[in-house]
Design a protein around this ligand. Sequence first.
Ligand code: R5P
Length: 285
Amino acid sequence: MRFVCPSFSDLYEPNVEIKTFPDGDSYVRVPSAGEARGKDVLLLNRLYPEQDSSIFQTLLALRAIREQSPKSITLVVPYLPYSRQDKVFKEGEIKSAKVLCNLLKREGVDLLVTFDCHFIKKEGEFEYGGLKIMNLSLNRNLVEKAREIAGEELEIMSPDEGANYLVEEFGGSSMKKERGDYREGKEAYREIKEVKMENDVSGKPVLIIDDMISTGGTMLRAVENVKRGGAERVVCTASHGFFLKNSLEKLRESGEVFVSDTIPTEVSKVSIKKHLEKIPGMEKE
Ligand code: R5P
């Protein structure tokens, strides 16, 4: 039994209604929730953009399904918001990634399926915040696509050591990134102090791969390094592309850019659909 939210309409026919009341409150209805009784249920929703309201809408949909006593609930969220907030950097902060996982568990999620989850950095099944998580990686699909674009001889790199797991199986290496303190002002953004590269990339085509491109700060610094090092061509990619602060345009000025459709964008060239079809229950409808 599969419940699909409208955020997934590019891949599957939605059967969950999500609207907004005039005051901004969320309206969620799962018309066929009654059929969930005793069944293994899948709920598919993208939680970005507008992550806070999307999370709340997911909790409402889960409650509507859970009230029908399904046998199990698997939640499919291609990009997990808050996954970068899994550490306390300053006293008084909380690990919001853990709070989100706690909430999903409490609302009846037996398994969360997601892609390249920032705080996991490995493929497989894990437990975090009391929630069972299946983390899938898109690295092989991204590398395959990059090789189609720029040839087999690509030098593969990640822009920081946190993303090393994406490149190690291809003999790739990682740059070293250091972040500083939060900037002044309302935006919670930790400055990038430096992104250091030691490789000789002169005359080579280079692929830079990360789990996400958010403001593009990391990727732009990595691209700068590679260009300064005399690379012949630069392709950049990530599983999740937010492309905030005009970063898509800026990256395009230096090379080719593509991402997956965990968040649909105009440069989403790798689809998660093949992976989703392998989830038990997905193949049937
Ligand atoms: C952080 O460690 C992540 O892997 C990404 O490198 C980072 O979140 C990208 O953010 P931004 O695009 O804002 O530099």
